[in-house]
Design a protein. Sequence first.
Length: 152
Amino acid sequence: MTFLGKRFGLGKAFGPAGPVRLWRDRRGVAALEFALIAPALFLLTVGIIDVGRMMWTAATLDHAAREGARYATVRGAQSVQPTSDAEVQAFVVDRAIGVDPANMSVSVVWSPDSNPGGTVTITVGYQYDSLLVGFITRDPINFQSVSSLSIL
């Protein structure tokens, strides 16, 4: 019997009842079961994290649009410090903490104008890049949040 045969018991396994012994041998079963189930568990874990990130991003965009509308309503044309579209857009981007400004678009619409009694509408768009882009979809997921308030 060779060294490997003595070390791993191969001489007994390939004896007259060898295949039966190999079939009943339970060594390594846990490692094999883990190898089979680990990819599914990993995908489930990353999916849960990604859905949490999506929900957090949507809530952040809602907050940024709402804060931008509030900022614009108190800074209409008749206020002490009137604001411009660029200032409102910069304010909204500043309030969207944790999201990539490069994937974000902000539009400001004054209806009919920025005088008291009018309406300001802030629309925030965002392209969300999922962690599971290859599994769920190949395109980024688009979020949009809209907030409208009357100008004071």
